[in-house]
Design a protein around this ligand. Structure first.
Ligand SMILES: *Cc1c(COP(=O)(O)O)cnc(C)c1O
Length: 382
Protein backbone atom coordinates (compact mmCIF):
# COMPACT_ATOMS: atom_id res chain seq x y z
CA UNK A 1 0.00 0.00 0.00
CA UNK A 2 1.03 3.59 -0.57
CA UNK A 3 3.08 4.99 2.36
CA UNK A 4 1.85 8.59 2.53
CA UNK A 5 -1.54 10.14 1.83
CA UNK A 6 -2.14 11.40 -1.72
CA UNK A 7 -4.54 14.37 -1.58
CA UNK A 8 -7.01 14.73 -4.43
CA UNK A 9 -5.61 18.20 -5.12
CA UNK A 10 -2.59 20.24 -4.10
CA UNK A 11 -1.58 23.69 -5.31
CA UNK A 12 1.75 24.02 -7.11
CA UNK A 13 3.78 26.67 -5.29
CA UNK A 14 7.18 27.44 -6.83
CA UNK A 15 10.17 29.52 -5.73
CA UNK A 16 8.98 32.17 -8.21
CA UNK A 17 5.58 32.26 -6.47
CA UNK A 18 7.26 32.70 -3.08
CA UNK A 19 9.52 35.46 -4.43
CA UNK A 20 6.56 37.31 -5.98
CA UNK A 21 4.59 37.32 -2.72
CA UNK A 22 7.70 38.18 -0.74
CA UNK A 23 8.35 41.22 -2.93
CA UNK A 24 4.85 42.53 -2.22
CA UNK A 25 5.24 41.93 1.51
CA UNK A 26 8.45 43.98 1.49
CA UNK A 27 7.06 46.73 -0.73
CA UNK A 28 5.02 48.66 1.83
CA UNK A 29 1.75 48.17 -0.09
CA UNK A 30 0.04 44.82 0.47
CA UNK A 31 -3.64 45.34 -0.26
CA UNK A 32 -5.27 46.09 -3.64
CA UNK A 33 -2.95 48.08 -5.89
CA UNK A 34 -0.55 47.63 -8.79
CA UNK A 35 -0.39 43.83 -8.59
CA UNK A 36 -4.14 43.58 -8.74
CA UNK A 37 -4.34 45.87 -11.76
CA UNK A 38 -1.58 43.88 -13.47
CA UNK A 39 -3.35 40.58 -12.73
CA UNK A 40 -6.56 41.96 -14.24
CA UNK A 41 -4.74 43.12 -17.37
CA UNK A 42 -2.80 39.88 -17.80
CA UNK A 43 -5.85 37.70 -17.17
CA UNK A 44 -7.97 39.72 -19.62
CA UNK A 45 -5.20 39.32 -22.23
CA UNK A 46 -4.95 35.55 -21.58
CA UNK A 47 -8.74 35.23 -21.89
CA UNK A 48 -8.82 37.59 -24.94
CA UNK A 49 -11.47 39.86 -23.52
CA UNK A 50 -12.03 43.54 -22.82
CA UNK A 51 -11.36 43.55 -19.11
CA UNK A 52 -11.48 41.76 -15.80
CA UNK A 53 -12.22 42.53 -12.17
CA UNK A 54 -10.27 40.64 -9.49
CA UNK A 55 -12.24 39.69 -6.39
CA UNK A 56 -11.64 37.94 -3.08
CA UNK A 57 -13.52 34.80 -4.24
CA UNK A 58 -15.63 33.59 -7.13
CA UNK A 59 -18.52 33.59 -4.66
CA UNK A 60 -17.97 37.31 -3.97
CA UNK A 61 -17.78 37.82 -7.74
CA UNK A 62 -21.09 36.01 -8.20
CA UNK A 63 -22.63 38.17 -5.47
CA UNK A 64 -21.70 41.48 -7.14
CA UNK A 65 -22.62 40.13 -10.59
CA UNK A 66 -26.12 39.20 -9.41
CA UNK A 67 -26.33 42.58 -7.70
CA UNK A 68 -25.23 44.42 -10.86
CA UNK A 69 -27.90 42.56 -12.82
CA UNK A 70 -30.50 43.72 -10.32
CA UNK A 71 -31.58 40.17 -9.43
CA UNK A 72 -34.06 40.38 -6.57
CA UNK A 73 -37.39 39.26 -5.10
CA UNK A 74 -39.74 37.66 -7.65
CA UNK A 75 -36.94 36.86 -10.09
CA UNK A 76 -35.90 33.42 -11.27
CA UNK A 77 -32.39 32.38 -12.22
CA UNK A 78 -31.86 29.13 -14.10
CA UNK A 79 -28.81 27.13 -13.01
CA UNK A 80 -27.93 23.46 -12.86
CA UNK A 81 -28.43 21.79 -9.49
CA UNK A 82 -25.10 20.06 -10.14
CA UNK A 83 -23.02 23.11 -9.25
CA UNK A 84 -21.25 24.51 -6.23
CA UNK A 85 -23.83 25.64 -3.61
CA UNK A 86 -22.58 29.24 -3.64
CA UNK A 87 -24.62 30.00 -6.78
CA UNK A 88 -28.07 28.87 -5.52
CA UNK A 89 -27.25 30.30 -2.08
CA UNK A 90 -26.59 33.78 -3.51
CA UNK A 91 -29.64 33.65 -5.77
CA UNK A 92 -31.72 32.75 -2.71
CA UNK A 93 -30.12 35.40 -0.49
CA UNK A 94 -30.91 38.01 -3.16
CA UNK A 95 -34.57 37.09 -2.66
CA UNK A 96 -34.79 35.35 -6.03
CA UNK A 97 -35.41 31.68 -6.80
CA UNK A 98 -32.95 29.19 -8.29
CA UNK A 99 -34.66 27.16 -11.00
CA UNK A 100 -32.84 23.85 -11.40
CA UNK A 101 -31.72 22.80 -14.86
CA UNK A 102 -31.05 19.16 -15.68
CA UNK A 103 -27.60 18.26 -17.06
CA UNK A 104 -26.29 15.87 -19.69
CA UNK A 105 -25.78 12.47 -18.07
CA UNK A 106 -22.25 12.05 -19.41
CA UNK A 107 -20.64 15.51 -19.38
CA UNK A 108 -22.62 17.03 -16.47
CA UNK A 109 -23.40 20.24 -18.35
CA UNK A 110 -26.71 21.88 -19.04
CA UNK A 111 -27.82 22.71 -22.57
CA UNK A 112 -30.13 25.15 -24.35
CA UNK A 113 -32.67 22.31 -24.84
CA UNK A 114 -32.74 21.58 -21.11
CA UNK A 115 -32.97 25.26 -20.15
CA UNK A 116 -35.57 26.42 -22.71
CA UNK A 117 -38.66 24.83 -21.06
CA UNK A 118 -37.76 26.46 -17.71
CA UNK A 119 -37.93 30.05 -19.00
CA UNK A 120 -40.84 32.12 -17.66
CA UNK A 121 -41.63 35.85 -17.59
CA UNK A 122 -39.81 35.94 -14.23
CA UNK A 123 -36.52 34.55 -15.57
CA UNK A 124 -33.66 37.06 -15.47
CA UNK A 125 -30.51 35.05 -16.03
CA UNK A 126 -29.00 31.68 -16.91
CA UNK A 127 -25.85 30.48 -15.11
CA UNK A 128 -24.33 27.46 -16.89
CA UNK A 129 -21.24 25.72 -15.49
CA UNK A 130 -18.21 24.70 -17.57
CA UNK A 131 -17.96 21.44 -15.68
CA UNK A 132 -14.64 19.87 -14.67
CA UNK A 133 -12.81 22.13 -17.16
CA UNK A 134 -14.75 21.26 -20.33
CA UNK A 135 -16.74 24.07 -21.96
CA UNK A 136 -20.53 24.01 -22.10
CA UNK A 137 -22.16 24.24 -25.53
CA UNK A 138 -22.28 28.04 -25.62
CA UNK A 139 -23.59 28.86 -29.12
CA UNK A 140 -27.11 27.47 -28.52
CA UNK A 141 -27.15 28.89 -24.97
CA UNK A 142 -26.18 32.34 -26.27
CA UNK A 143 -28.88 32.16 -28.96
CA UNK A 144 -31.49 31.16 -26.36
CA UNK A 145 -30.43 33.89 -23.91
CA UNK A 146 -30.47 36.58 -26.58
CA UNK A 147 -33.87 35.45 -27.93
CA UNK A 148 -35.42 35.86 -24.46
CA UNK A 149 -33.25 38.86 -23.46
CA UNK A 150 -31.73 36.97 -20.55
CA UNK A 151 -28.31 37.56 -19.07
CA UNK A 152 -25.91 34.66 -19.52
CA UNK A 153 -23.42 34.48 -16.66
CA UNK A 154 -20.86 31.71 -17.09
CA UNK A 155 -19.59 29.85 -14.05
CA UNK A 156 -16.02 29.34 -15.26
CA UNK A 157 -14.58 28.36 -11.86
CA UNK A 158 -13.21 25.14 -13.45
CA UNK A 159 -12.38 26.57 -16.84
CA UNK A 160 -9.36 28.87 -16.81
CA UNK A 161 -7.48 27.99 -20.00
CA UNK A 162 -10.40 26.09 -21.53
CA UNK A 163 -11.60 27.00 -25.02
CA UNK A 164 -14.85 26.53 -26.95
CA UNK A 165 -14.78 26.44 -30.76
CA UNK A 166 -11.24 27.82 -30.69
CA UNK A 167 -12.01 30.76 -28.39
CA UNK A 168 -10.99 30.96 -24.72
CA UNK A 169 -13.78 30.65 -22.17
CA UNK A 170 -14.43 34.23 -21.06
CA UNK A 171 -13.50 35.79 -24.43
CA UNK A 172 -17.17 36.54 -25.08
CA UNK A 173 -19.80 37.64 -22.56
CA UNK A 174 -19.27 37.54 -18.79
CA UNK A 175 -17.58 34.69 -16.90
CA UNK A 176 -16.53 34.13 -13.30
CA UNK A 177 -13.29 32.29 -12.48
CA UNK A 178 -12.11 31.00 -9.09
CA UNK A 179 -8.59 31.04 -7.65
CA UNK A 180 -9.43 28.77 -4.69
CA UNK A 181 -6.48 26.44 -3.89
CA UNK A 182 -7.93 23.47 -5.76
CA UNK A 183 -8.57 25.45 -8.99
CA UNK A 184 -6.24 25.54 -12.01
CA UNK A 185 -4.41 28.59 -10.63
CA UNK A 186 -4.66 29.88 -7.08
CA UNK A 187 -4.31 33.08 -5.06
CA UNK A 188 -5.08 31.31 -1.76
CA UNK A 189 -8.64 32.55 -2.04
CA UNK A 190 -9.69 34.74 -4.93
CA UNK A 191 -11.55 35.05 -8.17
CA UNK A 192 -11.98 37.11 -11.30
CA UNK A 193 -14.88 38.29 -13.43
CA UNK A 194 -14.12 38.73 -17.12
CA UNK A 195 -16.44 40.68 -19.36
CA UNK A 196 -16.64 42.23 -22.81
CA UNK A 197 -19.09 44.83 -21.45
CA UNK A 198 -17.27 48.00 -20.27
CA UNK A 199 -20.27 49.42 -18.37
CA UNK A 200 -20.72 46.17 -16.48
CA UNK A 201 -16.99 46.08 -15.67
CA UNK A 202 -17.18 49.59 -14.25
CA UNK A 203 -20.21 48.69 -12.17
CA UNK A 204 -18.52 45.53 -10.85
CA UNK A 205 -15.38 47.51 -9.90
CA UNK A 206 -17.54 49.88 -7.93
CA UNK A 207 -19.61 47.16 -6.21
CA UNK A 208 -16.41 45.29 -5.34
CA UNK A 209 -15.20 48.17 -3.18
CA UNK A 210 -17.89 49.98 -1.17
CA UNK A 211 -19.52 51.45 -4.27
CA UNK A 212 -16.81 54.09 -4.55
CA UNK A 213 -16.30 55.84 -7.90
CA UNK A 214 -13.51 54.46 -10.04
CA UNK A 215 -12.47 57.87 -11.28
CA UNK A 216 -10.99 58.37 -7.83
CA UNK A 217 -8.50 55.52 -8.27
CA UNK A 218 -4.97 56.87 -8.20
CA UNK A 219 -2.38 54.68 -9.91
CA UNK A 220 0.53 56.59 -8.36
CA UNK A 221 -0.67 56.44 -4.78
CA UNK A 222 -2.11 52.96 -5.48
CA UNK A 223 -5.26 53.80 -3.53
CA UNK A 224 -8.32 55.93 -3.96
CA UNK A 225 -8.25 59.60 -3.21
CA UNK A 226 -9.74 60.16 0.23
CA UNK A 227 -12.45 62.29 -1.40
CA UNK A 228 -13.85 59.27 -3.32
CA UNK A 229 -17.64 59.25 -3.32
CA UNK A 230 -20.09 56.40 -2.79
CA UNK A 231 -22.01 56.20 -6.08
CA UNK A 232 -24.14 53.33 -4.81
CA UNK A 233 -23.84 51.09 -1.72
CA UNK A 234 -21.29 48.37 -2.45
CA UNK A 235 -19.54 45.41 -0.88
CA UNK A 236 -15.93 44.63 0.03
CA UNK A 237 -14.65 41.87 -2.20
CA UNK A 238 -11.31 43.33 -3.34
CA UNK A 239 -8.28 41.06 -3.77
CA UNK A 240 -5.04 41.86 -1.92
CA UNK A 241 -1.80 42.54 -3.80
CA UNK A 242 -0.20 39.62 -1.91
CA UNK A 243 -2.78 37.33 -3.46
CA UNK A 244 -2.63 39.03 -6.87
CA UNK A 245 1.15 38.62 -7.05
CA UNK A 246 0.72 34.90 -6.44
CA UNK A 247 -1.97 34.85 -9.12
CA UNK A 248 0.28 36.58 -11.69
CA UNK A 249 3.11 34.17 -11.01
CA UNK A 250 0.70 31.24 -11.35
CA UNK A 251 -0.99 32.63 -14.47
CA UNK A 252 2.41 32.68 -16.19
CA UNK A 253 2.48 28.87 -15.77
CA UNK A 254 -1.17 28.19 -16.62
CA UNK A 255 -0.48 26.54 -19.98
CA UNK A 256 2.21 24.29 -18.51
CA UNK A 257 0.09 23.32 -15.52
CA UNK A 258 -2.96 22.61 -17.70
CA UNK A 259 -0.81 20.56 -20.09
CA UNK A 260 0.37 18.49 -17.15
CA UNK A 261 -3.25 18.00 -16.02
CA UNK A 262 -4.20 16.91 -19.56
CA UNK A 263 -1.31 14.42 -19.67
CA UNK A 264 -2.41 12.87 -16.35
CA UNK A 265 -6.04 12.79 -17.51
CA UNK A 266 -4.93 10.94 -20.65
CA UNK A 267 -3.13 8.36 -18.50
CA UNK A 268 -6.21 7.93 -16.30
CA UNK A 269 -8.35 7.31 -19.39
CA UNK A 270 -5.92 4.64 -20.58
CA UNK A 271 -5.63 2.89 -17.22
CA UNK A 272 -9.37 3.05 -16.47
CA UNK A 273 -10.32 1.52 -19.82
CA UNK A 274 -9.83 -1.88 -18.17
CA UNK A 275 -12.04 -1.05 -15.17
CA UNK A 276 -15.66 -0.97 -16.41
CA UNK A 277 -17.03 -0.32 -12.89
CA UNK A 278 -15.65 3.24 -13.05
CA UNK A 279 -17.01 5.33 -15.90
CA UNK A 280 -15.24 8.67 -16.59
CA UNK A 281 -17.16 11.64 -17.93
CA UNK A 282 -17.41 11.86 -21.72
CA UNK A 283 -15.63 14.90 -23.18
CA UNK A 284 -18.18 16.97 -25.14
CA UNK A 285 -18.43 16.47 -28.93
CA UNK A 286 -17.97 20.16 -29.84
CA UNK A 287 -14.49 21.53 -30.62
CA UNK A 288 -12.80 22.40 -27.37
CA UNK A 289 -9.70 22.66 -25.23
CA UNK A 290 -10.21 20.95 -21.88
CA UNK A 291 -8.76 22.63 -18.76
CA UNK A 292 -8.90 19.29 -16.88
CA UNK A 293 -9.74 20.87 -13.56
CA UNK A 294 -11.17 17.60 -12.24
CA UNK A 295 -11.01 13.96 -13.21
CA UNK A 296 -14.45 12.61 -12.36
CA UNK A 297 -15.62 9.02 -12.52
CA UNK A 298 -18.97 7.39 -11.75
CA UNK A 299 -19.00 4.20 -9.66
CA UNK A 300 -21.26 1.62 -11.32
CA UNK A 301 -21.76 -0.99 -8.62
CA UNK A 302 -25.08 -1.91 -7.01
CA UNK A 303 -23.40 -3.62 -4.06
CA UNK A 304 -20.90 -0.85 -3.29
CA UNK A 305 -21.92 2.73 -2.54
CA UNK A 306 -19.85 5.73 -3.62
CA UNK A 307 -19.31 6.96 -0.05
CA UNK A 308 -18.07 3.52 1.05
CA UNK A 309 -15.77 3.40 -2.01
CA UNK A 310 -14.32 6.84 -1.15
CA UNK A 311 -13.72 5.58 2.39
CA UNK A 312 -11.94 2.47 1.12
CA UNK A 313 -9.67 4.61 -1.07
CA UNK A 314 -8.93 6.85 1.91
CA UNK A 315 -7.90 3.79 3.93
CA UNK A 316 -5.51 3.04 1.08
CA UNK A 317 -4.04 6.58 1.38
CA UNK A 318 -5.81 7.95 -1.69
CA UNK A 319 -7.80 11.17 -1.32
CA UNK A 320 -10.89 11.85 -3.43
CA UNK A 321 -13.31 14.74 -3.89
CA UNK A 322 -17.04 15.03 -4.53
CA UNK A 323 -18.03 17.64 -7.12
CA UNK A 324 -20.86 18.01 -6.43
CA UNK A 325 -23.76 16.78 -4.37
CA UNK A 326 -26.76 18.12 -6.30
CA UNK A 327 -27.79 21.41 -4.66
CA UNK A 328 -31.51 20.57 -4.70
CA UNK A 329 -30.79 17.56 -2.47
CA UNK A 330 -29.11 19.65 0.27
CA UNK A 331 -31.18 19.82 3.45
CA UNK A 332 -32.33 23.42 3.18
CA UNK A 333 -33.31 23.26 -0.49
CA UNK A 334 -35.01 19.89 -0.03
CA UNK A 335 -37.10 21.20 2.84
CA UNK A 336 -38.02 24.34 0.92
CA UNK A 337 -39.18 22.56 -2.25
CA UNK A 338 -42.93 22.77 -2.62
CA UNK A 339 -43.09 20.26 -5.44
CA UNK A 340 -40.62 17.40 -5.59
CA UNK A 341 -37.92 18.24 -8.13
CA UNK A 342 -37.11 15.40 -10.49
CA UNK A 343 -33.73 15.60 -12.15
CA UNK A 344 -32.96 11.94 -12.95
CA UNK A 345 -29.59 12.42 -14.65
CA UNK A 346 -28.41 14.93 -12.02
CA UNK A 347 -29.47 12.61 -9.19
CA UNK A 348 -27.98 9.53 -10.86
CA UNK A 349 -24.63 11.30 -11.05
CA UNK A 350 -24.87 12.97 -7.65
CA UNK A 351 -25.03 9.49 -6.10
CA UNK A 352 -22.17 8.02 -8.12
CA UNK A 353 -19.54 10.69 -8.89
CA UNK A 354 -16.18 11.11 -7.23
CA UNK A 355 -13.09 13.09 -8.24
CA UNK A 356 -9.78 11.23 -8.42
CA UNK A 357 -6.48 12.96 -7.52
CA UNK A 358 -5.39 15.38 -10.25
CA UNK A 359 -2.89 18.22 -9.83
CA UNK A 360 0.19 19.40 -11.74
CA UNK A 361 2.79 18.03 -9.31
CA UNK A 362 1.22 14.57 -9.26
CA UNK A 363 3.58 11.95 -10.70
CA UNK A 364 2.92 8.93 -12.88
CA UNK A 365 3.81 6.77 -9.85
CA UNK A 366 1.12 8.58 -7.85
CA UNK A 367 -1.37 7.85 -10.63
CA UNK A 368 -0.38 4.18 -10.67
CA UNK A 369 -0.93 4.09 -6.90
CA UNK A 370 -4.46 5.41 -7.46
CA UNK A 371 -5.19 2.68 -10.01
CA UNK A 372 -3.77 -0.03 -7.74
CA UNK A 373 -5.86 1.22 -4.81
CA UNK A 374 -8.98 1.38 -7.00
CA UNK A 375 -8.57 -2.23 -8.14
CA UNK A 376 -8.00 -3.35 -4.56
CA UNK A 377 -10.94 -1.32 -3.19
CA UNK A 378 -13.24 -2.76 -5.86
CA UNK A 379 -12.35 -6.38 -5.15
CA UNK A 380 -11.57 -6.54 -1.43
CA UNK A 381 -13.87 -5.60 1.41
CA UNK A 382 -12.76 -2.87 3.90
C1 LIG B 1 -15.03 26.66 -6.65
C2 LIG B 1 -16.32 26.95 -7.30
C3 LIG B 1 -17.04 28.13 -7.06
C4 LIG B 1 -16.70 29.09 -5.96
O1 LIG B 1 -15.40 29.56 -5.97
P1 LIG B 1 -14.82 30.35 -4.70
O2 LIG B 1 -13.65 31.09 -5.26
O3 LIG B 1 -14.44 29.29 -3.71
O4 LIG B 1 -15.86 31.25 -4.17
C5 LIG B 1 -18.17 28.37 -7.81
N1 LIG B 1 -18.60 27.51 -8.72
C6 LIG B 1 -17.97 26.34 -8.97
C7 LIG B 1 -18.50 25.43 -10.02
C8 LIG B 1 -16.82 26.02 -8.25
O5 LIG B 1 -16.22 24.84 -8.46
Amino acid sequence: MRKNFLPFSRPQITEADLAAVNAVLRSGWITTGRECLALEEEAAAAISTQGAVAVSSATGGMHIALSALGIGPGDEVITPSLTWVSTPNLITLAGARPVWAEVDRDNLMTTAELVAPLITERTKAIIPVHFAGAPANMDPLRALASKHKLFLLEDAAHALGAAYQGRPIGAEGTAIFSFHPIKNITTGEGGLISSDNPELLERLRRLRFHGLGQDAFDREQQGRRPQAQVLEPGYKYNLTDMAAALGRSQLARLQDMNARRARLAGLYLERLAGIPELRPLTPPPWTHTHAWHLFIVRLLRDDLGRDEFMERLKQRNIGTGLHFLAAHTHTWYRQKEKTHTRLPDTEWNSQRILSLPLFPDMTEDDLNDVITAIKDALTRKK
